[in-house]
Design a protein around this ligand. Structure first.
Ligand SMILES: [Zn+2]
Ligand SMILES: [Zn+2]
Length: 317
């Protein structure tokens, strides 16, 4: 990409990242209305769930990792819903994420928090890079190389091209619903701010945290490749819709369920299960207990402690 193209991309990225912040400020200052209505909350939660699961079930588990196969209407619905998250077109998102898995936490990873080194100060700089900084710096990931299967799919090419329009719809729809239900411009602006801007802000930073927080802090119960520092970070479970069980995901990337242990909430896996129950998804790659046991790093190494075993297991992968 030439310099003008790169500059244009940076401007678009800045708008996508900063505009939601305006919504947060408008709400905090009570610019449009000092009170949050029940309709505002319903719009925020429902648009979060739809666009968020479009990303997690659609962009990530179905299209990046092929964790399940689905009917065409499911593929189109999830790809359109994920585009409403305003994190780039479906094909570019998948290409970047596949590159992240190919080079996790080493040179070539588009968003590793270890980009600048792994001492604590460098990690803070790295965390900012992994969270949003990479979006401004990233070399364009070649879509033909990283997502050739998607580039050959006319449905996904069309949805990718429609990304700017879907971005407008992502903010315009909750605004329209707010206006249709209340008949007032205050209702419309409430829909835009809560169902649009604040929802996108929360969703952006929840999913960006999977790239930053979930490679820095948390538990690492499963074997991953040597450089791969992906972690499970429990507090993010609801907002990240199960994507926070990121250590398991990097250990077994194709699984449809990331929260494989007891009490590990994973609403994305629940959605895939529902789609399977109604016959709209099949060939779902659910976890198998024996495989998980093989991938698990022993917490208690037994009567003769073998402190080096986790390291050896890591080397063996
Ligand atoms: Zn990762
Ligand atoms: Zn992944």
């Amino acid at each position: 990409m030439g310099e003008p193209g790169r500059r244009k991309q940076q401007i678009v990225t800045a708008i996508l990242i900063l505009a939601p912040l305006l919504g947060v400020l408008a709400a905090a200052l009570g610019v449009i209305s000092p009170r949050v209505t029940l309709l505002d909350v319903i719009l925020a939660v429902s648009f979060y769930a739809v666009s968020g699961h479009g990303l997690t079930a659609g962009f990530h588990r179905m299209l990046t990792h092929r964790s399940f196969k689905a009917a065409r209407w499911v593929k189109i619905t999830l790809a359109v819903a994920g585009s409403l998250a305003m994190e780039g077109s479906v094909i570019s998102w998948v290409a970047n994420h596949r590159r992240h898995h190919a080079y996790t936490d080493k040179e070539g990873d588009p968003h590793s928090p270890y980009e600048y080194g792994d001492n604590p100060w460098k990690q803070i700089r790295g965390a900012l890079h992994a969270h949003v900084g990479w979006l401004f710096q990233a070399q364009a990931t070649e879509e033909d190389r990283w997502a050739p299967d998607l580039v050959r799919d006319p449905d996904l090419v069309a949805i990718s091209r429609l990304f700017p329009l879907l971005g407008v719809a992502s903010l315009g729809l909750p605004m329209l619903i707010g206006w249709a239900v209340t008949g007032t411009w205050v209702g419309a602006m409430g829909g835009l701010i809560w169902g649009g801007l604040i929802r996108v802000f929360l969703l952006h930073h929840a999913t960006f945290s999977v790239n930053s927080v979930c490679h820095l802090w948390g538990h690492r119960p499963f074997i991953t490749r040597v450089d791969d520092k992906a972690t499970n970070f429990a507090p993010m479970a609801v907002l990240a819709m199960g994507e926070n069980w990121h250590n398991l995901h990097h250990s077994c990337p194709t699984l449809a369920r990331h929260g494989v242990d007891r009490y590990q909430l994973d609403s994305t896996a629940r959605l895939i299960w529902i789609l399977q129950c109604v016959g709209a998804a099949w060939d779902v790659k659910w976890p198998v207990a024996e495989v998980l046991d093989q991938r698990r790093i022993p917490v208690n190494p037994g009567p003769t402690p073998d402190a080096d075993r986790p390291n050896r297991l890591l080397q063996e992968v």
